[in-house]
Design a protein around this ligand. Structure first.
Ligand code: 4NP
Length: 152
């Protein structure tokens, strides 16, 4: 059983898109994984994903309208084995919060994607639609890498 948590800042753009892309990919592969997303900030707690993120996911056949933002909590480091940060700032915050636990992997989400190690998923919040497309492509690449990793 793979348990994956994606973490960004607001939990309304990048991590819900990553969650949606991975849910979609695991369903297509018949994999029953536990997948969620959260934010290091809690300003948007209870909010649905940004309408631009919803629209980009929908354009790729993925419904993320039912997701609701929440802040990451200490319990998440027990409930999930892979906690994947969308950028370096999120990762630094997670490292401060996380207890040492054998088996817990904390890393950048793009570290899993060949050729993308060390890269952040750019924050599309203050940009235009092209940024959301870029985020979606990253989310798909991350999902693909996770599925490949499971089959390796
Ligand atoms: P996210 O994008 O971290 O990808 O969800 C953001 C959403 C909201 C804010 C910043 C980033 N904000 O400052 O409200």
């Amino acid at each position: 059983m793979t348990r994956v948590l994606f973490v960004c800042l607001g939990n309304i753009c990048r991590s819900p898109m990553a969650e949606g892309a991975l849910r979609h990919a695991t369903l297509a592969h018949g994999l029953d994984w536990t997948i969620d997303s959260a934010g290091t900030g809690n300003w948007h707690a209870g909010d649905p994903p940004d309408p631009r993120a919803q629209a980009m996911a929908a354009a790729h056949g993925v419904d993320i309208t039912g997701l609701r933002a929440r802040a990451v909590c200490r319990h998440d480091f027990e409930r999930f084995d892979l906690v994947l940060a969308m950028d370096h700032s999120n990762l630094a915050n997670l490292r401060r919060l996380a207890p040492a636990r054998p088996g817990l992997i904390l890393s950048l989400a793009l570290d899993l994607v060949p050729g993308r190690a060390g890269e952040s998923v750019a924050d599309p919040y203050y940009g235009d639609e092209s940024g959301f497309l870029r985020t979606w492509r990253d989310a798909e690449a991350i999902a693909r890498a996770l599925i490949q990793r499971a089959h390796a």
